[in-house]
Design a binder for this molecule. Structure first.
Ligand SMILES: [Zn+2]
Length: 521
């Protein structure tokens, strides 16, 4: 390039402790990039200015000061940096420097990775990138403010969505509050009742349709959900209940009186698209309105739903269907009837589906024998449970109660901590906007805070699961089931799913039974 050699170049290198361990920002890496650039473009390198361990938020840096002196004495007339942030992270100060100081002193400035060259007239050069940065931060702030206000309304448990959930209506005196719609609530109770009896989504939907129960859509004036069966389009308005409708009602925590919001979120302020939030990020506010289903029943139904699997009428009935899981890969174990032998066998579903990939092994067992062994084990544990509980009854149930309370307190304290951490995060963000801390510090501090919040959240989730297990079923109910189970020669499936959570079968034929009540050993 002709004329390039007439430029007396100073390269400026800066590494701050806040940069962390980003290899490309190391002194060596900046220096090698700059030297290569100088060689390729045939510039005349005069001096190198290195500030090691200085922040970019101000210009109190020894080498930077020396560089300014050299500009003023005419020793150099061109500065090259890896990117703008090496020059400074104070956007306004850096802007002043590039927009006013360099031009006034006839200094050419190049930021290699940002495509800035103040001597070439293109759109990259003027203040555009700075405007972009500032606009960006400004936009981030506005977007955050809108989200925060919606979020804070959600956190108060105010009902902010448009349509009322089935079973409720808006309080005539307060549009942000829900009250029970008695007619619809009756249907909700019926659905939970049918699920308690071990029905699948499908059989519940069938039952409701058969009983001519009004569907949610029939309360509105338009059709919003249609389904094609044998080429005929059926609509909910015509009174057909769908599995999906039943499912969404059974899974909806709104019926215990909680408000759940924030199920979707905007990716960021630049995109209109919304994505589904992770359930653990839902905003749940408890007891914001009257419950239709009590909390124990709701939680209990949630544990039943995975066990209420579809059993078409033609298929054989298996007592343990839906309860068997592969102990090795944790997928379901299915039972199949073999015409050839006239017997039924179990297989790991994961193995069968992906057998060519060798992801698991067969887990084949003669079902009849397996069922016999499992029932024997269940009987055994049930007998032990009764024996132990007779002793326990005489000393009272204190330990059981204590644990529930302890878990509740732990959850409360973790939630309190998390609220404080979230406040800190917001404050840190404001500190960055106000310039109290720089972006690098913000990123470092916020990453730590976010990690801590995440850790707490997963602890809370674990405790909540434990809480559900503790409350799952009370001792009196369990004893009733156990008594009944032990008295029957052929126990019913209903009884079994009330006593057993899951049964793991291992390839080596070990069997692990998870009970719905606290195990006694
Ligand atoms: Zn398996």
């Amino acid at each position: 390039m002709i004329g390039n050699s007439s430029f007396k170049v100073g390269i400026y290198i800066r590494l701050s402790r806040d940069d962390g361990n980003i290899e490309s920002d190391s002194i060596i890496s900046q220096r090698s990039l700059l030297n290569q650039y100088i060689k390729e473009n045939n510039y005349n390198l005069i001096d190198e200015y290195v500030d090691d361990g200085f922040t970019g938020t101000n210009f109190e840096r020894p080498s930077f000061k020396r560089m300014i002196k050299d500009i003023e004495s005419g020793r150099i007339n061109m500065i090259i940096t890896k990117d703008m942030s090496r020059l400074g992270r104070d956007y306004i100060g850096t802007g002043e420097l590039i927009e006013k100081y360099f031009p006034n002193n006839n200094v050419r400035y190049i930021a290699i990775n940002d495509g800035i060259d103040t001597f070439i007239d293109n759109t990259n050069n003027d203040i555009a990138p700075f405007k972009a940065i500032m606009n960006d931060m400004y936009a981030k702030d506005i977007s955050k403010k809108v989200k925060t206000s919606l979020h804070s309304r959600m956190k108060e448990g105010l009902y902010v969505s448009g349509r009322c959930p089935f079973g409720y209506m808006k309080d005539p005196t307060n549009k942000n509050h829900l009250v029970i719609n008695e007619e619809q609530a009756e249907t909700v109770r019926l659905i939970f009742d049918l699920a308690l009896k071990g029905n699948t989504y499908h059989s519940i939907a069938d039952e409701l349709t058969k009983r001519k129960i009004k569907t949610p859509t029939s309360y509105y004036n338009y059709v919003w959900n249609t389904k094609s069966i044998n080429g005929n389009t059926l609509s909910q308005e015509k009174g057909i209940w769908f599995d999906t409708t039943v499912r969404s009602i059974l899974l909806n925590q709104i019926y215990v009186g909680d408000t759940i919001q924030g199920k979707t979120k905007k990716i960021n302020y630049k995109l209109k698209k919304t994505v589904k939030n992770n359930p653990k990020d839902y905003i749940v506010v408890e007891n914001t309105h009257e419950a239709i289903i009590d909390r124990d029943t709701f939680n209990y139904v949630q544990t039943l739903l995975p066990k209420n699997v579809k059993r078409p009428e033609k298929k054989r009935f298996y007592l343990l269907d839906g309860l068997l899981y592969c102990g090795d890969c944790k997928h379901r174990i299915t039972i199949r009837y073999q015409n050839k032998t006239g017997r039924s066998y179990t297989t790991c579903d994961y193995y069968r589906t992906y057998s060519k990939y060798h992801v698991c092994t067969t887990h084949t067992n003669n079902y009849e024998i397996l069922e016999g062994v499992i029932l024997e084990q269940i009987r055994d544990v049930c007998k032990k449970y009764l024996d132990k509980n007779k002793v326990k009854d005489s000393i009272g149930n204190m330990t059981f109660e204590d644990n529930t309370l302890k878990i509740k307190k732990q959850i409360e304290s973790l939630e309190l901590t998390n609220n404080k951490l979230i406040q800190n995060l917001d404050k840190t963000y404001m500190d960055m906007l106000k310039g109290i801390i720089d972006e690098e510090q913000y990123i470092r501090v916020s990453e730590n805070l976010k990690q801590e919040i995440e850790d707490n959240k997963s602890n809370i989730d674990n405790l909540k699961n434990e809480q559900i297990n503790e409350n799952k079923i009370d001792n009196k109910k369990i004893e009733k089931y156990i008594d009944e189970f032990l008295s029957l020669e052929n126990p019913t499936r209903e009884l079994i799913i009330n006593l057993v959570e899951k049964i793991y079968i291992y390839q080596d034929k070990t069997i692990d039974i998870i009970f719905t009540f606290k195990n006694v050993t």
